[in-house]
Ligand binder design. Structure first.
Ligand code: SF4
Length: 308
């Protein structure tokens, strides 16, 4: 019965998309049913590229607030909608415009690189942004020998520093993603004991000590590619459990174990098929960014798109 209802809803959503010239962008961590109706599925990097190329009149973003803002910044004349009202990313809230301004004053020689998981009013003060997928490439092309001011995630900062050798000043000092930060080294060691032959893949939002015990470290897209191409048959996944379920679909002949079943980004799971349908019908929860902020935030985002 559930499948029949969902099939009907999926058909209605597809029809609405054609009628309203709408597209749906969904993050890899969204529910499988939501990813199934999306026109583009990816991590922050893939979604930014898809938003920059969107030819539709309406864009429904199934993700968290900084992603809908990014789509609105890149598409100021289109309707950008969120299926839910409060899909807030706690990491993006950890660096305020005021704190970044202060750090810029204290480090006048530094170029500002922000993780894409930032709000538009903060990105508006940056020289460039990056995602987990292109962080090394962007960091290496910026700043010459001058230090980089990077925020808000200190674990991603560690990842970039270790991968590029760049001098990085992190702002705030201890910003973190509460979902990935939950995975401890003890969790990973326990999982390794249970599955000694499994390769370890992790997202760079994980703690530095977890990053140091991996076979592959990178973006969600990079993790999917690594697992598909690897000769390994079993993988321990240090990331949102949604990625393990996605990997099972992408590589059904292999086995994936989440390092911790508690690693769930609840905000990413808020959009359901029913809420997606409601969003297209009612057009509520429209996301807009004040023009002055959007114009300033578009520059670092487009710089990243140009570099990568
Ligand atoms: S996984 Fe972490 S960084 Fe990503 S949206 Fe959830 S809280 Fe934010």
């Amino acid at each position: 019965m559930q499948n029949i209802i969902d099939k009907g809803r999926i058909e209605r959503i597809e029809k609405l998309k054609r009628e309203k010239n709408a597209i749906i962008l969904a993050h890899n961590y969204e529910r499988a049913e939501v990813r199934a109706v999306a026109d583009a599925v990816g991590g922050s990097s893939g979604l930014t590229e898809a938003a920059s190329e969107a030819g539709a009149d309406m864009i429904i973003v199934c993700g968290v607030d900084f992603m809908t803002e990014m789509a609105a910044v890149l598409n100021p004349d289109k309707k950008v909608l969120s299926p839910v009202r409060n899909a807030v990313c706690p990491l993006a809230r950890q660096l305020s415009r005021e704190e970044l301004n202060e750090a810029k004053k204290e480090n006048p020689g530094a170029e500002v690189l922000l993780y894409m998981n930032s709000l538009a009013n903060t990105i508006a003060l940056a020289d460039c942004v990056c995602t987990a997928a292109n962080a090394f490439q962007v960091a290496e092309m910026m700043g010459g020998d001058s230090p980089l001011l990077f925020g808000p995630d200190h674990c991603v900062s560690y990842y970039i520093r270790k991968g590029t050798g760049k001098e990085i000043i992190t702002v705030p000092e201890r910003g973190f993603c509460p979902v990935h930060y939950k995975i401890s080294l003890a969790d990973l060691m326990k999982a390794k004991e249970m599955h000694p032959g499994a390769k370890v893949v992790a997202h760079p939002e994980c703690r530095p000590e977890v990053q140091d015990h991996t076979d592959y470290l990178g973006s969600t897209g990079g993790i999917v590619r690594f697992c598909k191409e690897s000769e390994g048959q079993e993988f321990l996944v240090a990331a949102d459990v949604g990625l393990s379920s996605m990997l099972r679909n992408e590589a059904p002949d292999k086995t994936f174990y989440p390092v911790s079943e508690a690693t769930i980004c609840a905000r990413m799971k808020m959009p359901t098929l029913a809420k997606v349908e409601e969003a297209i019908v009612t057009e509520k929860f429209r996301v807009t960014v004040p023009r002055e902020i959007a114009d300033a935030a578009r520059i670092p985002i487009e710089r990243m798109l140009g570099l990568s």
